[in-house]
Each structure stands twice: as structure tokens, then as C-alpha cells.
Design a protein around this ligand. Structure first.
Ligand code: CA2
Length: 144
């Protein structure tokens, strides 16, 4: 089983500012955590981060034929990107959307998610653990 884990704009700045919302740990710690979880679960994983919508679309397209599922934190593109929604629909791979913070408890513009419309689940407000939950949800989904 192989998963792609995608992180959107500014998530590479984790740990640098806004620790009250996103935690104190940095982006490298997040990637190390994802690798640890996947190794423990016997899952192959490739992690990506981009600040560019089109690059995220390219990565989603490249998952077709290479990955069995996608974990995605589209960051700010969550609330605007029909292109990411369409790319997820196009590859038709099971996907889970993750957010470190609880977007439903924040500003109203963060309540809408376009990519979630093509995802089997959305995990929010659980910090790094949300990525683990997303990986486990996909593992269970794919083993059915
Ligand atoms: O809670 C999440 O994971 C978000 O996807 C994070 C996005 C935000 O736009 C979404 O509404 C919710 C923002 C990621 C930016 O990360 C930062 C990291 C350090 C300093 C400032 C922002």
C-alpha cells in the first residue's frame, strides 16, 4: 500500500509563528512523524509540500497509477480551490483531508472546503495526530 501525503501553502512555516493555532513543532517534525506512522503500519509513503495550487494539482495527477490513496492538507486552498477538488475527482483515489486546526471553530471563510467534497473523510483540530488518523482511515478503507 502506498500513500501520497500532500501539504499546501505555508505549512512549511510550521513552528515558526502562530504556535497557539498550529503547535510548536516544525514541518520537519511533521514529516518525520508521518514517516514513523507509515513505517509502523507497513505503508509506503511519499510526502510533498507546495505553495502553488498548480503544483499541487500536478502532484495529485501524478498519484494516479502510483499511489493507492492520498492524505491532503490543502491549507488555504481548502477554501478556494475547485482545481484541487477536480484533480481529486479526476484521479478518483480515496483521499482524506486533514487540518491541524479545527476550521469549523475559526473564521467563517474557513468553514467551506472544496477538496473535502472529493474525500472520504475530513479530520480537523487534532494537530499532528490528525495525519495519523487520516493514514489509519485510508489503511482501513483500502483493506476492505
Ligand atoms: O489547520 C490547518 O491545517 C489549515 O489547513 C492551515 C492553513 C489554513 O489556511 C487553513 O484554514 C487550516 C494555514 C497553514 C499556514 O501555516 C502557518 C504556519 C506557521 C505560521 C503561519 C501559518
Amino acid at each position: 500500500m502506498k500513500l501520497f501525503v500532500l501539504n499546501g501553502p505555508n505549512l512549511n512555516m510550521l513552528g515558526i509563528r502562530e504556535p497557539g493555532i498550529y503547535g510548536k513543532q516544525d514541518f520537519n517534525a511533521l514529516i518525520a512523524y508521518i514517516h514513523e506512522v507509515c513505517q509502523r503500519e507497513g505503508i509506503e509513503v511519499e510526502c510533498f509540500q507546495s505553495n502553488h495550487e498548480g503544483v499541487l494539482v500536478d502532484i495529485i495527477q501524478s498519484a494516479y497509477g502510483k499511489a493507492d490513496g492520498i492524505v491532503i492538507n490543502p491549507a488555504a486552498y481548502t477554501h478556494t480551490s475547485v482545481a484541487i477538488l477536480d484533480a481529486l475527482k479526476a484521479v478518483a483515489l480515496p483521499a482524506v483531508e486533514v487540518h491541524l486546526s479545527d476550521i469549523k471553530e475559526r473564521e467563517s471563510f474557513r468553514h467551506i472546503s472544496y477538496p473535502a467534497m472529493a474525500c472520504i473523510a475530513q479530520v480537523k483540530g487534532k494537530g499532528f495526530y490528525g495525519y495519523e488518523e487520516a493514514i489509519l482511515l485510508l489503511k482501513e478503507h483500502l483493506s476492505k
